[in-house]
Design a protein around this ligand. Sequence first.
Ligand code: SF4
Length: 229
Amino acid sequence: MVRKNLRQELMDIFHELLDHFGPRRWWPGETPLEVAVGAILTQNVAWRNVEKAINNLKARGLLSIEGLVKVPVEELATLIRATRYYNQKAARLKHFVGMVEHEFGGSLDRLFRLETPILRAKLLGLKGIGKETADSILLYAANHPVFVVDTYTRRIFSRLGYLAENVGYDEMQGFFTRHLPLDNYIFNEYHALIDALGNRVCLSRSPRCAACPLAGRCVFRSTEEIGTE
Ligand code: SF4
């Protein structure tokens, strides 16, 4: 399929999703630290479980760099038990806050003021922090213009005909970064809207195409309809 004006098409999709779902107001969290902790804890678990863990940390007065540095890792694991893989996640939180404490004097602001590629490399250098988590922290906690992609992005944009089904993270991210304006608001809202569509409508099996705001432009849907005629 020949794409004449990808920026315009991607912005049209953005506005269609925004009209349909409304602003998502991501990321839920009262402080940059809470957002970063949420990004680390949300791997492979529903958000409500992350909320339970964060509420436990708040109730114990531990949701600070100092608090998370001081709490024993075993106690931390118990407090975040609801998030599955809690031992690994407790260790990841410890690596993160330890780096902030030892290299940046406990200041998240100082860490987040690094240039984007340097900050990204620093986060990716922490054990257990992958690209999606690092980019979520960059965008939603540190306010750097980095487009976050995930399984939903791959599924939706391959079905729409823009990406291959097996496209890798970097290529997928590069596609959006090249064709969208470098704008924190758009990056922030776009990823959240993709999440809403992937979570509620463009399901892995039996996508709910009749309820999809992008149905009119979807290659997968038109192929399915021809196949069932
Ligand atoms: S029309 Fe169907 S397959 Fe296409 S994006 Fe929407 S839900 Fe997904």
